[in-house]
Design a protein. Structure first.
Length: 355
């Protein structure tokens, strides 16, 4: 198949992407590299300074130029926005669209352009929730979606779905650990939707040590919640905040935790932290929200709960979870091969239907 992968002009493709916080281009990179390995003719509409085994589409600009001070100065004096570069980036896809059997899009902005081509377009729905202003755009002609969880299709039932494909990761990068240290882990942004304060409260109720990793949300609306979380950290010796962690330190953090808590308070479309923890053999206890019930096997790879007291009780029973089984499930299902197998089948189905 001749496949186009569309990402934004700001972040270049490279082997480092899966080691960064940029999950959307990282997923596109993993899919692209595996498709190339399988013999597909893949072109990426990514910055020209990308490093990939796929072809880089002609007409793209470098991420260095997109993010340059010179361009910012030009925009300032000409009153043009950097969005004009993004606009040209997407128009470039349309100009070359007839060269492909299918276009796999990962950018919300490209949905404005997709109806302009006869080539079938599928967009992975990384975004959630979606702004109301995009409602008409989402149901426009030639806009069909790959959901990243079944829950996502329930939350947005009116969209045209090609199918559901759960994310996969490079399992080999996550070393299994059957002898964790004596602490509970929490990883994410310190913000109400991620439940940092609730994770602390559950650990205190269970009488366990907890370590929190991640950045502090700099949002005025989150100020009260952030202060409450930080106050709990300061007041309790069993609570430690270690700050933001890089890729290698993140893996070490997850594999050494005896359990990872995810008391989320929003309809999260997936949950990469959960599958990364399972890949290390670390079970996950999560609130029954978003896609997490699809990821965690209740009673086998962790527990699905609904309240803080239930989470504290689950922490007390965490030794009943077999860490080897957690790793096994991640190896069998949350891998790149399965993810790309499913994408291949979706591509074929969409192309056949279009013809």
């Amino acid at each position: 198949m001749k496949i186009a992968q569309v990402v934004g002009p700001k972040i270049p493709f490279s082997p480092r992407l899966p080691h960064t916080p940029y999950s959307i281009p990282a997923m596109s990179y993993l899919i692209t590299e595996e498709l190339v390995k399988r013999g597909h003719d893949v072109t990426v509409f990514a910055p020209s300074d990308s490093k990939t085994h796929a072809k880089i589409a002609p007409g793209t600009v470098s991420a260095k130029y997109y993010n340059s001070r010179i361009l910012k100065k030009i925009n300032k004096y000409t009153k043009k926005k950097r969005g004009s570069i993004t606009h040209r980036h997407y128009l470039n896809v349309i100009k070359q669209a007839d060269d492909f059997d299918i276009i796999h899009n990962h950018e919300l902005g490209f949905l404005y352009f997709a109806p302009q081509t006869k080539t079938p377009v599928v967009t992975t729905l990384h975004y959630h929730p979606i702004d109301v202003e995009h409602k008409e755009l989402l149901i426009a002609k030639n806009n069909q979606f790959i959901a990243i969880s079944k829950k996502q299709t329930i939350n947005f039932p009116k969209l045209k779905y090609a199918g559901v494909v759960h994310h996969g990761i490079n399992i080999k990068k996550f070393k299994f650990n059957n002898k964790p240290k004596n602490y509970i882990g929490w990883l994410g942004r310190i913000t109400s939707i991620k439940g940092s304060k609730e994770a602390i409260e559950a650990s205190l109720k269970a009488g366990e040590r907890i370590k929190l990793a991640g950045n502090i949300e700099k949002d005025e609306k989150q100020r009260k919640y952030t202060k409450e979380t930080l106050d709990l950290i300061k007041k309790n010796k069993t609570v430690t905040y270690i700050g933001r962690v890089g890729y290698n330190r993140k893996i070490k953090f997850l594999r050494n935790a005896k359990v990872v808590l995810m008391p989320i308070k929003w309809e999260e479309p997936f949950g990469l932290v959960a599958i990364e923890a399972l890949a290390c053999g670390t079970p996950v206890i999560a609130f029954k929200r978003g896609a997490l019930p699809e990821i965690i096997e209740d009673g086998k790879t962790g527990f699905i709960v609904e309240t803080i007291p239930q989470m504290a009780k689950a922490i007390a029973n965490i030794d009943k979870i077999d860490r080897k089984y957690c790793r096994q499930k991640a190896e069998e299902y949350f891998n790149i091969k399965r993810m790309v197998d499913e994408h291949e089948e979706l591509y074929k189905k969409v192309i056949k239907k279009k013809k």
